[in-house]
Design a protein around this ligand. Sequence first.
Ligand SMILES: *Cc1c(COP(=O)(O)O)cnc(C)c1O
Ligand code: SF4
Length: 345
Amino acid sequence: MTASPSRRRTLRRGADFAAAGLATAERAAAIDLVAERYAVAVTPALAAAIADPQGALARQFVPDARELLAHPADRDDPIGDHAHSPVKGIVHRYPDRLLLLPLLTCPVYCRFCFRREQVGQAPALSDGELDAAVAYIAAHDEVWEVILSGGDPLMLPPPRLGALMRRLAAIPHVRTIRIHSRIPVVDPARISDGLVEALEVERAVWLAVHANHADELGPEARAACRHLSRAGIALVGQTVLLRGVNDDPAVLEALFRAMVECRIKPYYLHHPDLARGTAHFRLPIERGQEIVRALRGRLSGLAQPCYVLDVPGGHGKVPVGPVYYRDGEVEDWQGGRHRYPDPRR
Ligand SMILES: *Cc1c(COP(=O)(O)O)cnc(C)c1O
Ligand code: SF4
């Protein structure tokens, strides 16, 4: 597609979206109102990829007036990050692993973001804050895995990212480093040789790629994933189940097949969190279970993620079914029921 000038810079205001053909004048006014409350950004590459202003990509990234609606279930801290933050930039909920959030910036802002009250609003950790966070990790020898999240950790300039990776890899009890990122999908040009080298440290490095629709895995994204996996970085996928985007077994089937073709093992299918102004993306858990049930059998086991809910209040992630065994009876992939002679306890 030939890029018009309006498509070469990041879209942040209503007028930018209108000029890119992604919003009417009325919608552009609503986008400006949303942008006063939440971070808004769409990269030129992503804007060019949004072929249909009503499609799955547009729904994830183009601001919507419904984001300004309050829903009684909404929360400012939907997964209880604040309840488990001993030091700025650290969320330590489980004994063996913790989150390190070096920055809260992303190249694009997803309209359903669970950290939307923070992303794009705060500066990156200062050198002193980062030192304190790394010191916390070094002082807690139960921490086997450090998970870089944010924001998007791959926004760090490669030399800074490399320095952080090496500091973490130098802590003897930290055996695994996981990075959660949307960049391979939304800004694949950033997966440069320098960035990949920054990730190559003497530890198992895992990258959790956030993608919600097969249309996000175009040729550039696939090339970025290949670059990462050739460097020995293990790839897993995380997907948010979103009404109007991917709440359909055929859509998820195409996504999870595309992931496996890119050597990304689908890991989690997240039920949407109770972030403010995102009620229009939510669907009943029972509907999610039906969708997941429909995928079983028609899709390779390699391509099946675990459907999870992050329990509000900071109680962690819990698989939410569906359940295939109950009271001595199992259900097969076609819905057939069978007795299973389970021994008594
Ligand atoms: C999601 C999350 C993790 C990682 O959980 P896994 O089930 O290991 O993927 C760790 N810590 C916090 C605070 C989290 O929110
Ligand atoms: S990439 Fe992640 S942190 Fe950034 S806006 Fe999207 S959901 Fe939020």
